[in-house]
Design a protein around this ligand. Structure first.
Ligand code: PEP
Ligand code: MG
Length: 324
């Protein structure tokens, strides 16, 4: 199978119906970057910047961040890197950033909430990203945005830093794309103006699913209880697809489920045309998408829903088993 995936490396993930799905990879450390070439991923769809903070024992300095992000962009050789700003808190904690004791950290003071309340580290990080991009395009994505005004405020922080860097005489990025993760159900019901204001949305399925089903992603007792292909969840994802479609918003999915071929196929079937996953999943996902017809996938999902079934997985498994 490894060889078969290697032979697909330079080929697009185009389904039999002609729809082309963009496959990107998730990363977080410099060591992940070589996979961009070997996996055949078209971009780094999610760069988890907190990983570089988590492996250290003290707060990095801005100059170190500039050096890190520069190396990441150099290693990407012109492929896009979507830098997600710090997502500290919940399951990700550093010894050197003081955190309150919280009864429910996943729903607590984490990610952009910290960045907006105490913007020092977020600003340093944005300055470093701007300097690293210097003349190249920059894509910035904010984590755990739960309402439109949080995105507006985060974007304002970035715009102010761009202005400051310009006044300091630094070369600005060639262009800046500002987008958000969609990880809370609330954001799927934000006003139309929000969908138009963002440059892109990436569905963080790991968090979105835990909040949708109220099932802690870290808790072994419940984390596998609710299936991604449960039709309630797929219907909800479809709602997000429809809203992005109407507003013309660029949409992708970057949770772990995007790397599971059958789940990826279902996402593509409901109209999510970009998926970001761990590098090793790019081959298997591409292989399945190229063998499938997304119109048929879409019909199967619609039919299982019309029949009142709870889950589309059995029908999709049958479909995949029937493929030549
Ligand atoms: C997610 O929540 O799906 C996601 C991609 O972010 P993380 O797993 O880092 O929380
Ligand atoms: Mg998340």
């Amino acid at each position: 199978a490894q060889e078969r995936y290697a032979s697909l490396r330079g080929k697009p993930a185009t389904a039999l119906c002609g729809t082309r799905i963009t496959l990107k990879m998730n990363a977080g450390l410099m060591a992940d970057l070589p996979s961009l070439r070997s996996s055949g991923a078209e971009a780094v769809g999610l760069f988890r910047t907190e990983l570089q903070f988590l492996i250290r024992d003290k707060m990095p300095k801005r100059a170190e961040l500039v050096a890190n992000y520069t190396r990441v962009l150099d290693a990407a050789h012109g492929k896009k890197v979507y830098f997600r700003t710090l997502d500290i808190g919940s399951d990700k904690v550093t010894p050197y950033m003081k955190r309150p004791d919280e009864p429910n950290p996943a729903m607590g003071w984490r990610a952009l909430r910290v960045g907006l309340d105490k913007p020092g580290v977020l600003r340093m990080q944005l300055q470093a990203l701007i300097r690293a991009a210097a003349g190249r395009p920059l894509s910035v994505m904010f984590p755990l945005v739960a309402q439109a005004s949080e995105f507006d405020r985060a974007r304002d922080v970035l715009m102010r830093e761009l202005d400051r860097e310009r006044r300091l005489g630094h070369v600005l990025p060639e262009k800046v794309e500002i987008g958000t993760m969609l990880e809370t159900p609330s954001l799927a019901y934000a006003p139309d103006s929000f969908f138009k204001a963002v440059d892109f949305i990436s569905i963080g399925g790991n968090d979105l699913k835990q909040f949708f089903f109220a099932a802690d992603r870290e808790n072994e007792l419940v984390r596998r209880r609710y299936d991604t292909l449960n039709l309630s969840f797929l219907t909800f994802l479809q709602h997000i697809v429809d809203r992005c479609h109407v507003a013309g918003t660029d949409l992708s999915f970057c949770g772990e489920d995007a790397g599971r071929p059958l789940d990826a196929l279902a996402f593509a079937g409901i109209g999510i045309q970009a998926l970001s996953m761990r590098p090793a999943s790019v081959g298997p996902v591409k292989s399945l998408i190229r063998r499938a017809n997304l119109n048929e996938v879409s019909e199967i999902i619609a039919r299982t829903k019309a029949r009142g079934l709870e889950n589309a997985r059995p029908a999709l498994l049958d479909y995949v088993a029937s493929l030549p």
